[in-house]
Write a protein that binds this ligand. Structure first.
Ligand SMILES: [Zn+2]
Length: 101
């Protein structure tokens, strides 16, 4: 992953995380106890954990893509669950039909 994914379809997993960081500059607010926030995208790719820095300028658009991908995955999981339940019902009906014949 060389750049951030640009569409929900490119995001099979992963989520955004906020971290507090210190720049270490002597006169910066972070050295006075007010750390900066940085956003990272954490995902699993080919069995490995990857971490990508998300620039402030990209954050809003990227957060939307991550949110879309997450709800897409949730939707797919629910559809799969419904399909499995339907299959179970069909099998039960078939079984009962055999028994009663
Ligand atoms: Zn700083």
């Amino acid at each position: 992953m060389t750049s951030l994914p640009k569409s929900p379809a490119e995001l099979p997993n992963g989520s955004l995380h906020k971290q507090f960081v210190r720049s270490g500059k002597p006169n910066c607010r972070c050295t006075r106890g007010e750390p900066h926030t940085a956003h990272y995208f954490l995902a699993r790719m080919n069995g490995r954990q990857v971490k990508r820095y998300v620039r402030k300028a990209d954050l809003q658009a990227f957060a939307r893509i991550v949110q879309e991908a997450t709800s897409l995955r949730k939707h797919r999981r629910e559809e799969l669950k419904k399909s499995k339940e339907s299959l179970k019902t069909i099998r039960r009906i078939l079984r009962e039909t055999k028994i009663n014949k």
